[in-house]
Design a protein around this ligand. Structure first.
Ligand code: ADP
Length: 455
């Protein structure tokens, strides 16, 4: 640019000099002065025109409007164009960086708020707005302590910050359900802090469930242990106890021991089923008809001819699955019918399938004429340790885990459990499982139920 300017000055001076000499030689001093005046006037006009163009462009300096000129102005405008171009590039780069930052902030699994020391929201991402029930457009500049009234939140904002501090904030979500947030306040800049919000509702619920589960298991184990300890103490304190009474105590203790054993076995089954959910387990073709026939025999032997039995078991109904888990799922339904149906009651076991439809289903059902279950209990039956009548369930050797195992095991096989019941009439427990055609391979053996122990 400087070189161009220098060249232009030399050119102007040379032109003035040549004009002056030429006009002086041609017409003398007067002609020379008039010619020089005309020349300078023309230049002046040229400068004004270009200055005008420049002033106009500066009012709205866009790349596509950069004016054109001649002489030194051509260089001036070219330089301006280059500057405008690099400014545009820089702006594009900055815009892209900002967009990436915004995308990253939106993709974060946490809510983020930049909060001024005066409590004013300077910036927040969508998740933070959702967590704190703020309107991202209206509250984006609001005073946060005025928008969130929870005392623990105000306390968090009042703590002098040297390192990140966090609180648990109980809120309710958009649909009014309880929600727990972990809110972290961290130092960020001189005039602003960072608030990070995490939705920990699921983890909190899991914690509550885990605590309740441990409490339930302890309670279930404590009862038989207390009974066993009581008998043992009595026997230790009274060595002369009659033989018949000692025998009775031993029988009762053995029963309690068996109950603990069954509880632990059910807990292990549940935990095994849950671990199947996280790892891929090999499912193989199984003949459900054979499994159900075997189950029926076991249940009839458990019933000790106290019930009227009916069955309608279709041949060659096949499913894909894990034999032990399917056995556990279905046996609980049949054995429950035996345990809860009064002597003389009817129990019907049926299995059907239909491969001709689009999504074939194997339908296994157990119908009994037992006491039936009131509607308010039905949604809870598959919860762990849920019992309609706890004393009756315990008396019959129930652990309260049977239907939870059934539900989990069916879910593992993409199946579902349906429960229909009417108090005083009876219950129908139905398991629906995806049905497959019988395998063509003659080598596939019919599924034999595990050599299980009767409950
Ligand atoms: P449990 O070990 O107590 O039998 P389950 O999970 O198998 O536990 O069953 C949960 C509860 O459902 C039982 O305690 C019982 O109250 C009720 N129930 C299950 N099956 C029947 C049935 N066939 N008739 C009546 N009540 C049943």
């Amino acid at each position: 640019m400087m070189n161009d300017f220098r060249q232009h000055v030399y050119f102007v001076l040379a032109t003035v000099l040549v004009t002056a000499v030429a006009t002086y030689l041609l017409g003398g001093t007067l002609v020379m002065l008039v010619s020089l005046d005309a020349l300078l006037f023309a230049w002046l006009i040229g400068y004004w025109v270009h200055l005008g163009k420049l002033a106009q462009w500066l009012e709205s300096p866009k790349l596509r409007n950069v004016p054109t000129g001649i002489g030194i102005w051509e260089h001036v405008f070219k330089t301006l164009m280059q500057q405008a171009k690099s400014r545009k590039k820089r702006k594009q780069k900055l815009g892209m960086a900002l967009q990436r930052f915004n995308n990253a902030a939106e993709a974060m699994p946490n809510g983020v708020v930049i909060l001024g020391k005066d409590g004013r929201v300077q910036w927040l991402n969508t998740l933070a707005a959702k967590h704190l029930h703020l309107d991202i457009t209206i509250d984006a500049n609001g005073i946060l302590p005025n928008l969130i009234r929870a005392p623990e939140f105000h306390h968090l904002l009042g703590i002098p910050l040297t390192e990140p501090v966090s609180i648990k904030l109980a809120m309710s979500d958009q649909s009014g359900l309880p929600q727990t947030l972990n809110v972290i306040r961290a130092p960020f800049e001189d005039q602003a802090d960072l608030l990070i919000t995490q939705d920990i509702t699921a983890a909190e619920q899991l914690n509550v469930m885990r605590t309740a589960f441990v409490a339930n298991v302890s309670h279930e184990l404590r009862t038989p242990l207390t009974v066993i300890n009581g008998f043992l103490e009595t026997m230790a304190d009274m060595p002369d106890l009659p033989q018949a009474q000692q025998q009775q105590f031993i029988t009762l203790m053995r029963k309690e021991g068996e109950r603990m054993h069954q509880l632990l076995a059910d807990l292990l089954t549940l935990s095994r089923l849950e671990s199947h959910e996280s790892e891929a387990v090999h499912h193989e073709p199984l003949c459900l008809s054979a499994l159900v026939r075997q189950l029926l025999q076991e249940a009839q032997s458990l019933s000790k001819q106290q019930h009227e039995w009916h069955s309608d078991i279709a041949d060659d109904v096949w499913v894909e699955g894990v034999q032990l888990d399917l056995y556990n799922a279905l046996s609980n339904l049949v054995f429950n019918a035996v345990r809860y149906t009064q002597a003389g009651g009817h129990i019907t076991v049926s299995l059907s399938g239909n491969l001709a439809v689009q999504s074939p289903q194997a339908i296994f059902s157990v119908r009994d004429t037992g006491p039936g279950i009131a509607p308010e209990h039905i949604p809870h039956l598959t919860e762990r340790f849920y019992r309609v009548d706890p004393s009756r369930s315990r008396q019959s050797g129930g652990t309260g885990l049977g239907l939870a195992i059934t539900k989990h095991a069916l879910a593992e096989h993409k199946g579902v459990l349906r429960i229909e019941s009417e108090v005083g009439v009876g219950s129908v427990f139905t398991a629906l499982l995806p049905q497959i055609p019988p395998p063509i391979d003659e080598g596939v053996s019919e599924a034999r139920p595990p050599a299980s122990v009767l409950p």
